[in-house]
Design a protein around this ligand. Structure first.
Ligand code: ATP
Ligand code: MG
Length: 363
């Protein structure tokens, strides 16, 4: 069995640092490791419509933004197949059959969906499509027979739901589907990067993001306004590092060599944290370090983006080709699924011959 990756993002905005550390950076490393036989990266427009049904232009206009962010981070269409979810209708058909294998109460227990419903103030008016998106995600993953799904921590319940569907399907209909494994970020700060406002998760929907395509000036302003320790008022005050975004971001992005380069008076991040805890270290100094560290990471991404922005037609052509390849693979899986579920009437010549024979004998 080959090693296959499936992952993706919703085109509800440009991609931000949370996407980058949660999944995107890892995808590029996995892509370049040469260890994977097939890689599928999906722009999940159909899923984005589940909570943006009345705003289709938002979804439509962000497809190109997500594709540009992918390319500028180093996803290479020669190695990774980038496609648009809605252009692979087989995925919806699979989801329809999987719906029979999941209960409403199981969906209600999904902690990510629960908190997203709260965040969106859906209360009693949850769109059915949104409520069932974990099932749709199971079809995205299984259609490609993905073995590995690199995502942020919030997606863990979706992979668990997928594994349950795979087990249920295989036990009822026979071994067709492949159980995927979730691949979470190794660095704990990257599991769920907080927003610049200190909220639990940087998220497009919360408006607390630093985008990969933000200018150096925008990044500077956002970092300078970032949530730190509200009780650290004077430089001399002892400060808290836990829950302080500046330190969480330094955990996620800084490397040992950054200290020699930008703050040679500290040997490591641990020393900087220790000084902050004791008092005598101001937020501005830490924020300036973070700005420099982020700029090292973001400047090359920004420069590559500007190049791809000059060839929008080429990017759409890449997506069109990627969607064709994805459709061919999903169609093969759907055929196997329908065979196993015995809804392959016209392909099953034996069925037709047997029933015809039975009726002839009855005469
Ligand atoms: P939306 O608010 O529209 O749901 P989002 O910002 O949550 O958008 P998604 O498209 O839902 O982004 O997530 C895409 C991928 O990025 C997923 O693998 C998710 O786990 C990861 N991800 C998103 N935000 C973060 C974050 N703050 N930290 C780590 N990973 C993240
Ligand atoms: Mg999300």
């Amino acid at each position: 069995m080959g090693k296959i990756i499936l992952t993706g993002d919703r085109p509800t905005g440009k991609l931000h640092l949370g996407h980058y550390v949660g999944s995107l950076k890892r995808r590029v490393e996995l892509q370049n490791s040469g260890e994977y036989d097939e890689i599928y990266i999906m722009i999940a427009d159909a899923q984005a419509l589940t909570d943006n049904a009345d705003n289709p232009d938002k979804v439509r206009n962000n497809i190109i933004e997500v594709a540009l962010d992918y390319l500028s981070c180093g996803l290479d269409p020669a190695k990774s197949n980038i496609f648009i979810q809605s252009q692979v209708p087989e995925l919806t058909e699979l989801a329809f059959y999987y719906m029979n294998l999941v209960t409403v109460s199981r969906l209600q227990r999904n902690p990510t969906v629960k908190s997203e419903i709260q965040m969106r103030n859906f209360e009693a008016s949850i769109p059915v499509g949104f409520f069932t998106y974990p099932i749709s995600q199971a079809s995205d993953i299984t259609a490609f027979k993905a073995t590995t799904v690199p995502v942020g921590e919030d997606q863990k319940p979706m992979i668990e739901q997928t594994v349950e569907i795979v087990r249920r399907f295989n036990s009822v209909y026979g071994e067709v589907l492949v159980e995927p494994e979730v691949l979470l970020p190794q660095n704990t700060a990257c599991l769920r990067l907080p927003g610049t406002d200190g909220k639990a998760k940087m998220s497009k929907s919360l408006g607390n993001c630093i985008y990969l395509s933000d200018s150096a000036e925008e990044v500077r302003k956002k970092v300078m306004g970032m949530f730190t320790d509200p009780n650290h008022l004077k430089v001399s005050d002892p400060g808290k590092v836990e829950g302080n975004c500046v330190f969480t971001y330094l955990d996620a992005f800084s490397k040992p060599e950054h200290f020699a380069k930008y703050l040679p008076e500290y040997a490591s991040l641990d020393e900087l944290k220790e000084h902050y805890r004791c008092g005598g270290l101001g937020d501005v100094k830490c924020k300036k370090l973070l700005i420099a560290v982020l700029e090292e990471e973001l400047a090359p991404i920004r420069a590559r983006r500007r190049e791809f922005e000059q060839n929008i037609e080429g990017v759409y052509e890449m997506l069109r080709k990627g969607s064709q390849v994805a459709q061919a693979k999903a169609a093969r899986t759907l055929m196997e699924v329908k065979d196993a579920m015995r809804i392959n009437y016209f392909q099953d010549k034996e069925l037709i011959a047997r029933q015809a024979e039975a009726y002839r004998e009855c005469k």
